[in-house]
Design a protein around this ligand. Structure first.
Ligand code: C2E
Ligand code: SIN
Ligand code: SIN
Ligand code: FE
Ligand code: FE
Length: 351
């Protein structure tokens, strides 16, 4: 048999208590008796009953008030309450229901009636306990699975990002730096911790589409001609298509959006769609800044690394042209943090 169920009986009359105790224990339940509401409130938490039998007419705290207090406390609200009342009138029943009582029995208490009500309510209590427990278990399981999936996705995402970057940036440090700059910006702009994390993990894939660009173009030491440039620009839509093949998740959706929009410009002169201003998702506007700052201050097959001062000068020139000027302000504010990241994840220099 399952554990013995516990009944807490509350009555100011000692004779009534004894009677109830006898009836309840005869039915095979454990029974604790207390003589007033205050003691009942304590016992409700310490004895942890499966059901309470509560006398309505008691000095100080009456049964209605006791019921209200039990039902307004998260720790005790699930304990079913049977009000024991000499009042058979409609008004006091309504008052009891309103206070949150589940059942009523009339005085003098009929042993058979009490036995049936106890059994029914306790069965209900058992079922609701089971549901609460079951839901908690489910939540734990779902959380564990979500964590595992998230980790798997992150690994895929990072590998993809590195694969793209290794072609024109041997150390792969560009994606580490620009993703961290992007996260710092997202936080400074007030997008919140979770969206900033999403940007951190999605942005390394911004140039994944470069895997579709032929080496002679991607690795060309000099300037691209018009035809090469048209091909180069397709790395945005290629990236979008590569990421669309993945099953959809918030992370992949964000990555896709960043891949396709990271070369759009505030004034509408960017590619692939010439989006303007706030039509460009804020994630992409942030990544554009972080990407260009890092590209400028890094060496590329086609260019030397610029100094931070020259890069900042260029970014300021691009206010309202390439960049959202509000974001340039934010970038300048967090520049000390950006420079710490840059130092921590510097490319290994072959002297
Ligand atoms: P990337 O090297 O990762 O550069 C990302 C962005 O940083 C560029 O996007 C551009 O906005 C900025 N950027 C990089 N270097 C410079 C620079 O020297 N001056 C200025 N003002 N901005 C710079 P963009 O222009 O849309 O180029 C996208 C990608 O196309 C580049 O990614 C790179 O892979 C390729 N690319 C661009 N120009 C050339 C080039 O002249 N030669 C070669 N081989 N590739 C180029
Ligand atoms: C990386 O480690 O490749 C970039 C940062 C991240 O995805 O967490
Ligand atoms: C957003 O939180 O996505 C809106 C902010 C913006 O577009 O600047
Ligand atoms: Fe790009
Ligand atoms: Fe980039």
């Amino acid at each position: 048999m399952a554990k013995q169920q516990r009944i807490l009986a509350v009555d100011d009359d000692e004779r009534n208590l004894k009677l109830m105790h006898a009836m309840v224990t005869r039915e095979g339940y454990d029974c604790k008796c207390v003589e007033d509401g205050a003691a009942a409130l304590v016992a409700a938490q310490e004895y942890n009953p499966d059901l309470m039998l509560v006398d309505v007419m008691m000095p100080q705290m009456d049964g209605f008030e006791l019921t209200r207090r039990i039902k307004s406390n998260d720790k005790t609200r699930n304990i079913p309450i049977i009000l024991v009342t000499a009042l058979a009138d409609r008004d006091s029943r309504l008052k009891g229901l309103e206070a949150g009582a589940e059942e009523f029995v009339n005085k003098p208490v009929d042993a058979m009636e009490l036995s049936i009500r106890l059994r029914n309510l306790l069965r209900l209590k058992e079922y609701s306990d089971f549901l609460v427990h079951h839901n908690e278990l489910l939540e734990v399981q779902v959380r564990a699975r979500t964590d595992a999936l998230w980790k798997t996705r992150l690994e895929v995402v990072r590998s993809l990002g590195r694969a793209a970057e290794f072609r024109d940036n041997e150390t792969g440090m560009h994606i580490v730096r620009m993703s961290k700059y992007s996260q710092l910006m997202a936080e400074a702009v007030g997008l919140g911790y979770e969206r900033a994390e999403l940007i951190l993990h999605a942005s390394p894939m911004h140039d994944i589409g470069k895997v579709g660009i032929p080496d002679p173009i991607l690795l060309k030491p000099g300037k691209l001609n018009a035809e090469e440039w048209e091909i180069m620009k397709t790395h945005t839509t290629i990236g979008y298509n590569i990421l669309s093949a993945e099953y959809s998740s918030e992370l992949m959706e964000t990555a896709k959006m960043i891949a396709v929009s990271h070369h759009e410009k505030w004034d509408g002169s960017g590619y692939p769609y010439g989006l303007k201003g706030k039509d460009i998702p804020i994630e992409a506007r942030i990544v554009a800044l972080a990407d260009v700052f890092d590209a400028l201050t890094s060496e590329r097959p086609y260019k030397k690394a610029w100094s931070v001062e020259d890069a900042m000068c260029e970014m300021n020139k691009q206010r309202d042209r390439h960049f959202d000027s509000g974001l340039v302000d934010v970038f300048e504010e967090i520049l000390p943090d950006v420079l710490s990241v840059r130092e921590l994840h510097a490319d290994e220099r072959v002297a």
